[in-house]
Design a protein around this ligand. Structure first.
Ligand code: ADP
Ligand code: MG
Length: 256
């Protein structure tokens, strides 16, 4: 007797694409009975579980798609170590206004100051806020765009970097790029600028010096203008976070 409705329920939940409810239903019915939940409480609980699970799945998928080299959150950033930046000042990059208002940022500083960590943390927050993000190093990005043009696929590959709501370009200025670097970076920055989509760039060089790195001072200026019209420069100074670990590793070695 009791098997038919259960099978119908299973089939119905499958058809409605409610896999979490399908998975937990019998367990939850038992709990509801034991704890005398109202029908309303039971329904609320089932729906809440489905929503929470979908949310987790979406975030996990978006993080994979973003291509972060590592995942670090804002909660994992030690603001007492890196005192040159305040959590409060980062607030406007951590809410939906990052995307809604198209606020970009250029994170500047020497190696180990936490630029990449913060850029990833901001992009991860955007993912949690329901958006998509994409991470690429400047070398990989310019290399891909260069190759795409040679293959006649520039627009297609550019779209990959224009479409996500948040784009992180890591380590601009660490290497000197090909002579055509600015010609690729400019259309990308310009297209995102016109769509009011934020870019987060990490760099060890002041935007004023990007002309040299990109072999084209005029285009570099046009790039920086667009980035900073709605964006901000965040300077990270202080000590390198990498050094304490490196130092203790050295101590450990010399002790043996
Ligand atoms: P950068 O990009 O400036 O060279 P990273 O962001 O890669 O530096 O930081 C180097 C390492 O140190 C990473 O593992 C990062 O998570 C960690 N790190 C840097 N600054 C901090 C900080 N203030 N709090 C916690 N971890 C930090
Ligand atoms: Mg870095």
């Amino acid at each position: 007797m009791s098997r038919r409705p259960a099978a119908d329920l299973e089939a119905g939940l499958k058809r409605l694409h409610l896999p979490t409810i399908r998975r937990i239903a019998s367990e939850m019915f038992a709990q509801a009975e034991k704890e005398s939940w109202t029908y309303r409480e039971l329904l609320e609980q089932l729906v809440a579980e489905e929503v929470a699970h979908r949310c987790e799945t979406r975030i996990a998928r978006a993080v994979r798609k973003a291509g972060f080299p590592f995942l670090k959150t804002i909660e994992q950033f030690d603001f007492t170590f890196q005192t040159s930046v305040k959590l409060k000042a980062l607030g406007r990059f951590l809410g939906p206004e990052l995307v809604e208002e198209g606020r970009g940022a250029v994170l500047l500083g020497r190696p180990g100051r936490g630029k990449t960590h913060l850029a990833i943390a901001i992009a991860y927050r955007a993912i949690q806020n329901g958006y998509e993000a994409r991470f690429e190093t400047a070398v990989a990005l310019l290399g891909r765009l260069h190759k795409a043009q040679a293959a006649g696929r520039l627009d297609e590959v550019l779209a990959e970097y224009v479409d996500p709501e948040v784009l992180v370009i890591d380590e601009l200025g660490y290497l000197t790029y090909g002579p055509d670097a600015a010609n690729f970076l400019f259309p990308l920055v310009d297209q995102r600028y016109l769509k009011r989509r934020p870019i987060l760039i990490t760099s060890n060089k002041d935007p004023g010096d990007w002309g040299k790195v990109l072999h084209d001072p005029d285009l570099a200026e046009a790039i920086v203008d667009r980035l900073l019209e709605r964006g901000e420069v965040i300077r990270l100074s202080g000590k390198s976070y990498r050094q304490p670990a490196a130092e203790s590793a050295e101590h450990a070695l010399s002790a043996t």
